[in-house]
Every structure is written in structure tokens, then in C-alpha cells.
Design a protein around this ligand. Sequence first.
Ligand SMILES: [Zn+2]
Ligand SMILES: [Zn+2]
Length: 463
Amino acid sequence: MGYLCVRMRLINLNCDSDIGASAWCVGVDGRNLLMDAGTHPKRDGKESMPLLREIRGETIDAIALTHCHHDHVGSLPVAMREHPEAHVLMTELSYFLVERVLHNSVNVMKRQKEELGIAEYPLFTHREVDELAPVFQGFRYNREIEWAAFDRGKGNSPTLEFLDAGHALGSAGIMVRGASESLFYTGDVCFQDQTILRGARFGDVKADVLVMETTRGNRATPADLSRENEIKRLVTAIREIQDGGGSVLIPSFALGRTQEILAVLALAMKKGELPRQPVFIGGLGRVFTEIYDLEAHRANRNHTNLVLNDALPLEVLDPRKAERMKLGKGRLFVMTAGMLSEGTAAHVLAARMLEEEEHGILFVGYADPETPGGRLKASSPGDRFFFSKTFGELRHRCRVEEYDLTAHANREELLDFVGQVDPRAVVLGHGDAEARSWFAGEIGKRHPGVKVFQPEPGETMEL
Ligand SMILES: [Zn+2]
Ligand SMILES: [Zn+2]
């Protein structure tokens, strides 16, 4: 003792400086914890992986997951292959989801290998997922878990605790406690109630170091924005489009967003604001909807008695059916592929719908500008624009709208959260440069004693 020693070490393993592939390695009390092992949604093949080479040769005592979106778990089997010594910890709700998500990744990678010629796909196999599954451990929220074995030299294990993050089923922030230091990682967080899930339960969090998502740091929150109003606008638009004989496509990600939208539709049908009607969804969306229903008792949610599968006539639609189905009958689609990526039923439907005036494509989440969804959003009515390699140029004639039903915290809420946590250092991640620099500036003004880090890909911070 008596030496000036590093109290905590954190390595940013994200391969890019935007939202990218989440993966953080925390070193505390001589032990290592990997938090998340995602894949980058805009990159292909090995380029989409976190920078695992930075921790090659180190002992990783445990891997802990915040939630089951691909940008947080997509490379888990590869991380486990490189670190077979690691325990793998997640919330009990993520435990029910994770294998489905990973098997789906294998299917998507195999398809992309064929369609896009990405030779190194799949990065892992169905068999590997099955063989790794017995290692997964699920834990309830708010339990303190020792994540490393007792070591004579290093002493007792540090602990971690999952706190409900309110973002999607099973989502958590992770509190890591060492002998004298603590770190809190928000994961993806939503402080406000969504339609099904209630907001994050981070009310008691205090920590020495805060690792924070910054997704919405690049946009001010309009004073008059309310979830209630956005839902009203959405329901009204669906009714208008269907009254005019058109069909409605709501592109949504399979886990979280799909179920929130289905809940909005179920409640609107119950109140008579929409006629009761079949809702077409994707196969994976259907599986996660089932899990939302079956595990309702474990989640902190509104409408505890709402069973989506009973409240709505759900029909699974595959890409082949999407090519042939008649659209002139005012149909309602909530299809997986929030950005209308190629090779999905949502992509096929959008291509068929967007050249006809009576239909509507209603976005309820982010679509990257370089995706078919993003290009459609950016085009003006009447424009011919490049939609995709599959369909080439199309003319934008249908109704296209956007609704802000985010599952991420507003930037003002996160700034308040920094005040609550009262850390000595904040590490900014999961956001683009503009988003991070807004936070860096505002934290500097409001909390001048707090050190702010914006680590580069692969950068190690001594905190
Ligand atoms: Zn997420
Ligand atoms: Zn994320």
C-alpha cells in the first residue's frame, strides 16, 4: 500500500465512435467484467464486432448484459468463445430472450452470406448458441451478485446489481461495486413510462463513475412533445388511411417497439378508436410478443392485465406472403425491420405501398439515413428516389409520417440524472459525436466538478 494505484479501469471496446457495438470492460479490485457484447448495426462481418483484441489474453471473470438488442448482445457467442472462463450474467427476463435473439442473428447472417456474399458469416452457429446456453444465468432486478471467485490475493469478489432501465423487456442498468469504488452503467434507459413498460427505476443510484448512453443528445426535446399526443396522432392517421381504402405499415424493431405499438393498437381498438381487425406481424415479433405476455408478472408494467395475443388477432406474415397479398383492403402491418432493411417482409411491403397514394408508412422510431427507411423519410412526396438494390428507384406517393415514441431518455433527463448520481467522472457512449459533445458542454456548465470522458474506440481510461 501507499502506492498511488489506479482505482478503476475502463476500456471502450466499441469499434466505432457512434452508437455502434456496445462493449465496456471494467477492471476493479484486480478483476475484469465485460459489460455488453454487441454488434454494430451498420457494419457487416467482423467489422461489426467490438474490439475484443484489446482484452485478448486477460482473464474476464464475468460478462454482464444490459438487454437483448443486437447492439448490446450480438457478439456474445464470440466473446464467450474467446473467454470461456467468464460467467455470463443477465436479468431473468433477458434470460428468456437471449437465445431467441442469438438464433435469429445466425439466420440473418446466413441469409446475408448468400444475398450479400459476406464470406465470414455466420460469425457463430446455431449449435454454438445451444452449447453456450447452459452458461447463461438470469437474476432478478435489485439483487447484489458476486461476479468473481474469492481470491486470496485479491480478496472478496466485487458485486453487481441489475436495475430496471425501462427500455425494453428485461433491460437493466448495471451497478458495479468494488471494495471502495462504484460504477454505474445506464445501458439504454427510458425514464418515462412507455405504454407497456414503466420508466426506469434508477431513483437511488449514486456512484463514483457513471457510464452513460447519449442517444438523444443531438436533439432538443420540444416543450409540447407528449407521448399521449403522439399516440393520438398515430391512431388518427391509421384511421384516415384505412378510411381512404389504404393499408398502413408501421416498421418496428422486434423486441420492445413492436409490443409497445401492439399495446397502443389494442387499447385504441378497445376504446373504439380503431375497428377491431387483424394485425400482421413478423415471426420474431410474434415470439417476443408471446414472451411479453407470458412473463408479464415479472416486468414492471402498465396494463398488467393486457394480454396482447388475446387482445389482438395477430397474424404472422413472411416475406413471400408479403409479395402477393392484396393491399387494397385497409390492412394493418406492424413489421420487424424498423429501418426497412432489405430481405425483410417490411421492405417488400414498403416497396409495394410507397408508389400508391392511398397507403401510409408510419415511422415510430429512428431510421438511419443510409437505410431504405431513412431514404424514404428524407424524400419528398412526388420524388423519385433510390430505395434499395432490390427495388432500385421508386416514386414516393404514399403518406409518410413520423411519431416520437422513443424508448430512450431525453437529454435533459440524463443531465438531471448526472446530478442525482453525483459521480466524479462521467463516461459518454452510445451516441454520435454531436450528441456526446452536447452532454460534455452541459455537464461542464452544470456540474463543473465532474470529469467528462469521451473515449475513442479501444481507448483505456484510468478513472
Ligand atoms: Zn436497446
Ligand atoms: Zn442500444
